[in-house]
Design a protein. Structure first.
Length: 303
């Protein structure tokens, strides 16, 4: 039976195909990102910022958020990756940025319990800043420590949560691994497992699964292949570390006209036969899961 590349229809609405990281201490890179095609920008206060540069990066991110909020709605969503909850930076990060209304927070190296704790912090800071409760949304990087792998099925009901993503670099460090990819750039087995668990955990929680970054931003064939394969297995978007990756990611996660046409035909076929559980289309059987996939694809295209 035919399968499509569309995730389950009951995943919470998610529109961002490409999520581009921008170091929090680089005004030049932020200006370039804002003028580019990324659907969502993540201002980074964590791994791309040296320890000595974190105070300055925090001030710059706060200023950038404040400037972008002037005069109405932002041109595109601005999220902030804060430092992990077990560091001395996290509360200072939150106090600095929440009052400037980021669209969301990315929490690294986290478990579901830490995501819930962050939600309490955000609720208090939103109230202090006069921001509507849960206006600031949440993405969790859910695989960067060994204990986190055992909790990927526990994200259902976490407040604010819109998406789960994963990371191979910190997990490799946690495992003491010398590499997380082979000589061809393909993930080694432990990291493939983490990716699959993230995908399953996100769908179990009803939130969007987001593919991790790929370190290669010069191989054009690979930049097209990796996001296409991610979408094929059910991811809803992908993170990027370089503007060159944004175009291929957007292309991979944009439904084609042929896909949309077929989805419309499946929906129309079942509307014409409301009591049917399985029908024929172009010599193939389609059933209720195909109908759900078709509706999900059309909803994704609308967003």
């Amino acid at each position: 039976m035919m399968t499509t590349q569309t995730p389950a229809a009951d995943v919470r609405p998610w529109a961002a195909r490409s999520l581009l990281f921008v170091p929090g201490d680089s005004a030049r890179k932020l200006e370039k990102a804002l003028a580019g095609d990324a659907d969502l920008i993540i201002l980074d206060l964590e791994d791309s910022v040296a320890e000595s540069a974190k105070p300055g990066a925090r001030d710059h991110v706060a200023q950038a958020l404040g400037d972008s909020a002037e005069g109405g709605a932002r041109a595109k969503p601005l999220w902030v990756r804060i430092n992990p909850l077990d560091t001395p930076h996290v509360l200072t990060d939150l106090v600095a940025v929440v009052k400037h209304r980021p669209d969301g927070i990315m929490l690294p190296k986290a478990t579901p319990d830490e995501a819930r704790l962050l939600g309490h912090y955000l609720t208090a800071l939103e109230a202090a800043a006069g921001i509507k409760r849960e206006a600031i949304r949440l993405i969790v990087v859910a695989t960067e420590t060994a204990p986190a792998l055992f909790r990927l099925g526990d994200y259902a009901g976490v407040p604010r949560l819109d998406a789960l993503t994963w990371g191979a670099e910190d997990l490799a460090a946690a495992f003491g691994a010398s590499a997380n990819r082979d000589e061809h750039g393909n993930l080694l087995e432990p990291f493939t497992l983490a990716r699959t668990l993230c995908l399953a955990g996100a769908h179990a929680a009803g939130v969007a699964p987001i593919e991790t970054i790929d370190p290669n931003f010069r191989d054009e064939e690979r930049m097209a292949k990796v996001p296409a394969e991610a979408r094929q297995v059910g991811f809803r978007g992908m993170m990027a570390i370089h503007p060159a990756q944004v175009g291929p990611i957007n292309a991979a996660f944009t439904p084609s006209e042929d896909e949309l046409a077929r989805a419309r035909r499946i929906v129309a076929l079942f509307e014409e036969n409301p009591d049917a559980g399985a029908l024929q289309l172009d010599g193939e059987m389609v059933d209720i899961p195909h109908l759900k996939q078709a509706r999900g694809l059309l909803a994704q295209a609308d967003r």
